[in-house]
Ligand binder design. Sequence first.
Ligand code: 13P
Length: 340
Amino acid sequence: MMDLAELYRVANAMVAPGKGVLAADESAGTVKKRFEAIGVESTEENRRDYRELLFRSKGMANISGVILFDETIRQKAKDGTPLVKVIEQAGTFPGIKVDKGTKPLPFCPGEVVTEGLDGLRERLIEYRDLGAKFCKWRAVIDIGPGIPSYDCVKANAHALARYAALCQDETLVPIVEPEVLMDGDHDIGRCYEVTELALKTLFQELYVARVKLEGMVLKPNMVVPGKKSLKQASVDEVAEKTLRVLKECVPAAVPGIAFLSGGQSDVDATARLNAMNRLGGGPWKLTFSYSRALQAAPQKAWSGKVENAGAAQQAFAHRAAMNGLASIGKWSPELEKQAA
Ligand code: 13P
């Protein structure tokens, strides 16, 4: 039975001022890649040790929710405590990634659609019993010559809406993530255009699926030039264009918007979020739901060594604190130089 009041409570707490979401739901393949970069073998124990260290860091004071992967929501800490309990003890909501990744979209070369709707209700019920309060589903829209197609944008928006409705029906807050990638050489104007199309299409589909906007969190990309674009953008331009597209597309009933970092540098992700909150003027809270921009520093500090756990926790606490300040427009570059 859907409990609307509970959905509103959790959605609002996820975007509470000074806090944001830690995305720690990297799939086995992604963790392997991240660990290889720091010379660590991706074993179940290493993945557990690394994530446990984050969940026990004082940085959790700035984290409202943690997105987990299927393996992690079932894992126990070294002392036998379920990791879900460790997260709850930090005053943070456990959440879970429920999509099953992307598959090529027929007749649309180079484009993908996110799968995972079959049997989703049963999985949601199991995850709720394991302690999840919210879920995540990520759609991927790439920019390139002739893409995205409308088929790709529409199919992904439809899947997001079906996922979001199912989550709410099971009293789980959906994080709705239509990610427009920043991989290409396109300029910021093209990113604006595609993000606008993706968001307009998404909110139509959410309306048709009767999703309660008050009980969801939107996780969009920022409006940025492609990584390979020769014309990069200032912090202010990114903030201004991102705010503008959100005002055009996202109804005021949505309580909060938690950005993905998507390959931006740690400090860019913080500075741009901060600039948006300084500009203000939107009806929703603006915060973070970062994976890379929160975890790159602690991963490097840890490098798989027990004796580095404290330094890794400190590095994570620093990024969490900086982004917490950015979520209320109180960050400044000088604060980066101080230890957490
Ligand atoms: P990044 O912040 O690394 O983009 O990851 C966020 C996320 O959860 C992607 O689905």
